[in-house]
Structures are given as structure tokens and as C-alpha cells.
Design a protein around this ligand. Structure first.
Ligand code: NAD
Ligand code: MG
Length: 400
């Protein structure tokens, strides 16, 4: 009995080679008695995955391509490790639902993370949800899976983690947060907050990924530059905290010190503050309901000196408007929005469309495909595929 209470929690990190994955390993490795790394997964960065395996000695490693799997397996074998190397999308769901896995960090980028994250939810795991696209795409299906299995859903996105921390004691994601008037979702405004509007079409991928406050993967960095990231977060917040979009307000806060706020009926506004470092929400998710040290420097308010707030400029950030519209429409609209955005961002990173083409492609895709109600996972996946097809055609037909 006593031993059970102190057993180290088995951790599976989906997307361990990414920005969130690396930060998760950094926090977890500080507490080898509390967290045991069971599975690590990577897509293309197999050299990084190899080094992570040497250091953390997981039981399983998952890669995307069979050739990479063979190579990784041989190298781990000659290093004396008995890590089993698995391959492909189904293996992601397999490691996320292993009986020895207690916690799943969902840190794959994009809708590619949906199936393993949903599998973990159905298996009743504690899910540390960084992969916001998985929730945006599947919406009620995901939240129902969490409710039905009794899974613990801990938001890792810094804003949602802040909101979760500001909710009443004992609050669980998905419940109606009593006496909450609205959520104030803070946004840094990204690298183009003050760029002249006429210069936006010329902005390069290098400029777009150079975020002023957060060090993140490329896709979310571009999403921050267009503010689609905040738009996806509005949809994410609406699902996690069971609130309609009209009770979610976006506030530009360039210092990124307040990670978000909850406005209560009595006039109290609760905020969570800290340095912009994802190890804060990650440590919170790992240790909840306790707290552990994360390795993040203490916040120095004298150095911060001031906190600014601005209203978002809707002309500058059309993606934010498109996301609010999708949130209000519901049904398959968020899945369509997300898929078109993934395709457009990839095209921008490959220099096939200009920065301002991202919003244009998404808007045209949404005009082309009618929104339907979400019946089941197949319906959602079909909407995702259709939006990818239309967005890809639009990019090919009309080089912008
Ligand atoms: P990243 O690009 O740095 O890492 C992505 C990870 O996913 C990598 O391990 C990669 O190998 C893996 N991956 C990519 N495509 C895959 C595929 N098709 N199949 C399997 N694995 C795949 O991204 P990131 O910045 O760590 O972001 C991860 C997720 O967390 C995103 O959904 C992002 O929106 C969210 N998030 C990130 C931050 C941040 O600070 N980086 C903050 C909040 C939320
Ligand atoms: Mg965020």
C-alpha cells in the first residue's frame, strides 16, 4: 500500500524531440524518484531522439519511418540499451495507452497528435495537453472521452494553465466554472505587433519565427505572428472551461508576464504571473495538485517594471477574427480552420505564399466548405482532409 503511494509515475512524451518535449524531460529528470520515462517519440529528429534515449533510457521509442527505426534500434542495441523501437502512427497510440504509463505529455504539433492523444484520453490517463490542435479539431469528442474515462486533463498551454490555476480549488477541466464572468486570455501580440501594415506581406519566415518572448517550435511561432495561435486558444479555452466564445476576451499584453486571468462575478480578477518559460505549466501539470521546482528563475517585478495591456487590432490579425467565427459556428468549423491553417503555415515556411497569404487561404477554404455538425471522429477527420485538399489546391492555383 505504502509502496503504491510512492511509486514513480510512468511518463510517455509524445513529441519528445520538440520544444515542449525537451522542456518536459528537463523538469521530469529533476525528479527521478517521481517520474519514470516509459516512452519517447520523435518524427524526423532521430539523432535527438537517440541522445534522449541514451540519457533517459525509456522502455519504448517511436519514430515515423521504418528505416529510421532500424537504424535507431541498432544504435541503441550497441549502446547496451533494451529500448524497444516502434514505428508509425499506430505505435504512438500504443505507447500512450500502455498500462505502465500514468501520464501522457501530448506535445506533437498539429492534428497529427490527435489519435494518440485521444487514445490516452479514452484510456483514462493523466493528459498534459500542449497539443492544442488535437483538442480544437476533435472538440466535444475529446471532452466526452475525458469525462467518460475519468482521465485527468491538465492544460499545458501557458494561458490555459494559468486559467486552470485561477479556477476554484478542486476544479476539473470540462466542468462549468461557477461564478466566472469571463476569461481574459493574454497574448504577446507576436513579432509583428507594431510592424507597419503595408510591410506585412514582405515578412519572411525568419522574421515570423523570431518571437519576442517565447522560444517555441516553428509552427506555433508563425501562429503567434498571425495570432492564429490566440484564435486556436480561444477555441481551446471554450472547450476546456465550458464557456461560450463571447465570455473569452483576448488582451494584448506584450510583456507576457501575466499568463492569463479569470474575472469573477464579485469583481475579483485572479491572474497567474511568471517568467515566460513553459517549464512552469509543465511542472504544474506533472506535480498537480502539488507543486515542484521547475528550474525557472524567480520573477523579478522590479525588472519587469510595468505591465501593458492593449486591445487586439482586428485588421492586422484577420486570423483572430476567423478563429472567433469558427468558435461561434462550432461543428466542423474549428477542424476546417485548423487544417487550412496547418497547410497555409507550411506553405509560408516553404516560401510558397507570403505572410498575409496565410489568412487569405484559410478564409477562402472556409468559404468553400460548408460547416456540418460533429457526429463522430470519422466526420471530423473527413473535414480535416477536405480542408487540407482545398487549401492545397488554392495555394497551387493562385500563387499569391
Ligand atoms: P515542435 O515543432 O518543437 O515539436 C513538435 C514535436 O512533434 C516534435 O517532437 C516532432 O518530432 C513531433 N512531430 C511533428 N510532426 C509529427 C507527426 N506527423 N507525427 C509524429 N510526431 C510529430 O513544437 P512545440 O513548439 O514543442 O509544440 C508542440 C505542441 O505544443 C503544439 O501543439 C503547440 O501548439 C503546443 N504548445 C507549444 C508551446 C511552446 O512553447 N513551444 C506553448 C504552448 C503550446
Ligand atoms: Mg499559449
Amino acid at each position: 500500500m505504502r509502496q503504491e503511494a510512492t511509486r514513480a509515475k510512468g511518463l510517455c512524451i509524445l513529441g519528445s524531440t520538440g520544444s515542449i518535449g525537451v522542456s518536459t524531460l528537463d523538469v521530469a529528470a529533476r525528479y527521478p524518484d517521481r517520474y519514470r520515462i516509459i516512452a519517447l517519440t520523435g518524427n524526423r529528429r532521430t539523432e535527438d531522439l537517440y541522445r534522449q534515449c541514451l540519457r533517459h533510457r525509456p522502455r519504448y521509442a517511436v519514430v515515423a519511418a521504418p528505416e529510421a527505426a532500424g537504424d535507431l534500434s541498432r544504435r541503441l542495441d550497441s549502446a547496451g540499451l533494451d529500448t524497444r523501437v516502434l514505428v508509425g502512427a499506430e505505435a504512438l497510440a500504443e505507447v500512450a495507452t500502455l498500462p505502465e504509463v500514468d501520464y501522457v505529455m501530448a506535445a506533437i504539433v498539429g492534428a497529427a497528435g490527435l489519435l494518440p492523444t485521444l487514445a490516452a484520453a479514452r484510456a483514462g490517463k493523466r493528459i498534459l495537453l500542449a497539443n492544442k490542435e488535437a483538442l480544437v479539431v476533435s472538440g466535444p469528442i475529446f471532452m466526452d472521452a475525458v469525462r467518460e474515462s475519468g482521465a485527468e486533463l491538465l492544460p499545458i498551454d501557458s494561458e490555459h494553465n494559468a486559467i486552470f490555476q485561477c479556477m476554484p480549488a478542486g476544479y476539473r477541466a470540462g466542468a462549468d466554472p461557477l461564478a466566472v464572468r469571463k476569461i481574459l486570455l493574454t497574448a504577446s501580440g507576436g513579432p509583428f505587433l507594431d510592424t507597419p501594415l503595408e510591410a506585412l506581406p514582405q515578412m519572411t519566415p525568419e522574421q515570423a519565427v523570431a518571437h519576442p518572448k517565447w522560444d517555441m517550435g516553428k509552427k506555433i511561432s508563425v501562429d503567434s505572428a498571425t495570432m492564429m495561435n490566440k484564435g486556436l486558444e480561444v477555441i481551446e479555452a471554450s472547450l476546456l472551461f465550458a464557456l461560450p466564445p463571447k465570455r473569452i476576451q483576448v488582451v494584448i499584453h506584450p510583456q507576457s508576464v501575466i499568463h492569463s486571468m479569470v474575472d469573477y462575478a464579485d469583481g475579483s480578477v485572479l491572474a497567474e504571473l511568471g517568467n515566460p518559460d513553459m517549464r512552469i505549466p509543465i511542472a504544474y501539470g506533472l506535480a498537480w495538485p502539488q507543486r515542484i521546482e521547475s528550474g525557472v528563475e524567480p520573477l523579478d517585478l522590479y525588472e519587469v517594471a510595468r505591465l501593458d495591456f492593449r486591445t487586439p487590432d482586428w485588421d492586422r490579425f484577420p486570423c483572430l477574427r476567423l478563429a472567433f467565427e469558427a468558435a461561434r459556428s462550432g461543428g466542423t468549423a474549428p477542424a476546417l480552420l485548423n487544417a487550412a491553417n496547418e497547410v497555409a503555415v507550411a506553405a509560408f515556411l516553404e516560401r510558397r505564399i507570403p505572410f498575409t497569404g496565410i489568412a487569405a487561404i484559410i478564409e477562402r477554404t472556409l468559404e468553400t466548405i460548408p460547416v456540418s455538425t460533429v457526429q463522430d471522429l470519422d466526420g471530423v477527420l473527413a473535414a480535416d482532409a477536405e480542408a487540407r485538399r482545398i487549401a492545397t489546391t488554392l495555394i497551387g492555383d493562385h500563387p499569391l
